[in-house]
Write a protein that binds this ligand. Structure first.
Ligand code: ADP
Length: 156
């Protein structure tokens, strides 16, 4: 049976912490679906099209990876895709507390097994929220995002 995992997120924008998680998980799965969850109540800095485009640029050489977006419950999306696993990154104990209940519910409701990956110390401080703050204020995020993408900031 094909081992398929969904790596869900907003990727607003993608950064090196996300990239590391995907690279470390690739040997474990036959297929990884990187999926942007669309939440109508959430305000994004970058358009869905732009975020999908960056993901495609970063992973275009990797045949095991596909890129898409979805509405609604992530567990439902996993079932539609016949994915038995979900991948989530953990940076700290706050991430763990937040993710724990979600993973337990996804297992109970959808039978989805969540695989947690502890980020490396180098990438633990990285979050899309911090990156957006840097971008909005004109700082450079060049060292924090995959080399294949260029994010323009207000001043640079
Ligand atoms: P979400 O809005 O679902 O948290 P994100 O795009 O912020 O989406 O993150 C997607 C996934 O990547 C989540 O599992 C998150 O925990 C993980 N992640 C984010 N930043 C890092 C990081 N620096 N190291 C490891 N995992 C991370």
């Amino acid at each position: 049976m094909m081992k398929t995992a969904v790596f869900p997120g907003s990727f607003d924008p993608i950064h090196n912490g996300h990239l590391e998680i995907v690279q470390r998980m690739l040997p474990l799965f036959d297929k990884i679906i990187i999926a942007i969850g669309i939440n109508p109540d959430k305000k994004y800095l970058f358009s869905l099209e732009q975020r999908l485009n960056w993901l495609e640029q970063v992973f275009n050489n990797e045949p095991k990876i596909s890129i898409t977006s979805y509405h609604g419950l992530t567990a439902e999306f996993c079932k539609q895709q016949q994915a038995q696993y979900m991948i989530r990154g953990l940076r700290n104990s706050n991430d763990f507390e937040f993710e724990k209940a979600i993973a337990q519910m996804n297992k109970k409701l959808g039978g989805i097994e969540t695989v947690f990956v502890i980020s490396s110390p180098e990438h633990a401080p990285l979050s899309s929220t911090i990156l957006r703050d840097i971008i909005i204020n004109g700082g450079s995020v060049a060292d924090l995002v995959p080399v294949k993408i260029a994010i323009k900031t207000n001043n640079k």
